[in-house]
Design a protein around this ligand. Structure first.
Ligand code: FMN
Ligand code: SF4
Length: 402
């Protein structure tokens, strides 16, 4: 199975199979961890948590049985880079999970695969079978006595919130996919209550590249705080949408040049839960220290109505909120209602300010990342496009009305 990208081959295409695994298993677990730490790799699922820190915390948690989970739920609007990795480089993902298992002493790995990617399952099972035949999974992996590890695929439940790691674990355990309170974190109370490493598809694939090419190679790209390369799914008003690989830290305008998005009015970096960057800020960098993203980039051309954009994202969150906590369950529909009023030009400045303070409360008080980030797009659109919003024909007439 192959999928092409506008930029042609990704670094992953040039990584020799099994080289990373062999290099990792030639080290002691402590050495292996130092190499991941030296690379500076941070999770590619969005939050950018340092991968080596997560792994070492899971190793320090007491317990005989530990798990490796690959988050392949990929539900963020505008994200499809994990799908390309799974189509073209599934071996690397499984190899990265195997390296994590070797480090942690885990025997079981699970890929939580987005329900809409059911069509990928046969391909992934075939790659797993081939790895078992090559003794890269199963008992005595790669000939190492005592290292037994295998991977199974678990189909996702079709809800965006199931990509949140604790909801994902609930779902894996057969429960309704609702986020848990954190702490405890999955690194000590994860799948079946056991220490569990949850990493994104791309994170596991980069681990292999780091061992195949060395931590120095990885950290020689990107910025000091955001090392290496990252995959981006680019969609919207540009000439060449698709999956791209760039070093971390490029500017929004550099990215727009490559994807044919010059003249854009705004770019949504980080999907529905990310932030809307206006043209005046296109020299900002895409990096954890500036504008972070799990990889979703949506380009908006000059003709786009930014209130339509905000409404679209809020409708998504209204559908996807699990309803467990009040700020998110009640806040998202309220914001949506406010946007509808704004669109009809029936909203005063006071009301707009109230909507913004509701959004800020949701960021602080929601239980999980879904509710905490649901107002992001709305708030950044209000911040950067206030004139456009208030400039709608009869908004002006209603300005001052409460
Ligand atoms: C609502 C929500 C959805 C998420 N969806 C995904 C997802 O589809 N894939 C993913 O890797 N991480 C997703 N995350 C982040 C995960 O909770 C977790 O941080 C990530 O899998 C950790 O992997 P990493 O350290 O390799 O980035 C989501 C978070 C939230 C709050
Ligand atoms: S923030 Fe939203 S999705 Fe998260 S627990 Fe609360 S209601 Fe559920």
């Amino acid at each position: 199975m192959t999928e092409t990208t506008p930029t042609g081959n990704l670094t992953f295409a040039a990584i020799e199979p099994e080289r990373g695994l062999a290099a990792a298993m030639a080290r002691t677990p402590e050495d292996l961890l130092s190499e991941v730490a030296r690379s500076g790799l941070r999770g590619r699922g969005g939050a950018g948590f340092p991968t080596s820190v997560k792994w070492s915390l899971a190793a320090d948690s007491p317990g005989e049985e530990k798990y490796i989970v690959c988050n392949a739920d990929e539900g963020e609007p505008g994200t499809f880079k994990d799908r390309v990795i799974l189509c073209n480089h599934a071996d690397l993902v499984f190899e990265g999970m195997t390296i994590a298992a070797y480090y942690l002493g885990a025997r079981h790995g699970i890929v939580y695969l987005r329900a809409e990617y059911t069509y990928l399952r046969a391909h992934l099972e075939q790659v797993l079978r081939q790895r078992r035949e090559k003794e890269l999974l199963g008992t005595s992996v790669a000939g190492r006595q005592g290292f037994d590890f295998d991977i199974q695929i678990h189909m996702g439940s079709g809800a965006y919130v199931c990509g949140e790691e604790t909801a994902l674990i609930e779902s894996l355990e057969g429960h309704r996919g609702e986020p848990r309170n954190r702490p405890p974190f999955p690194i000590d109370t994860g799948y079946l209550g056991r220490p569990t490493i949850v990493n994104n598809v791309e994170t596991f694939a980069w681990v292999v590249a780091i061992f195949a090419r060395g931590a120095d190679w990885f950290r020689s790209h990107g910025t000091e705080k955001s090392t290496g390369y990252k995959l981006y799914s680019v969609s919207g008003d540009c000439q060449r949408p698709g999956v791209y690989e760039f070093p971390m830290g490029i500017t929004v305008s550099q990215l727009l040049r490559d994807v044919g998005g010059i003249g854009a009015k705004a770019v949504q970096v980080g999907g529905a839960s990310g932030q809307c960057v206006p043209a005046s800020q296109f020299e900002r960098t895409i990096a954890y220290e500036d504008i972070p993203t799990g990889g979703s980039i949506i380009v908006f051309g000059p003709q786009r109505d930014m209130l339509d954009v905000a409404r679209n994202f809020l409708e998504f969150f209204a559908d996807e909120s699990c309803g467990q906590c009040t700020p998110c369950r009640e806040g998202v529909p309220k914001l949506l209602e406010g946007v509808e009023m704004l669109r009809r030009g029936r909203c005063s400045m006071d009301f707009l300010n109230e909507l913004c303070s509701l959004g800020q409360s949701m960021q602080l008080a929601s239980k999980c990342g879904l509710g905490q980030s649901a107002p992001n797009a709305f708030l950044s659109i209000v911040e950067h496009f206030r004139d456009e919003i208030l400039g709608r024909a009869d908004s002006r007439a209603h300005a001052g009305m409460s």
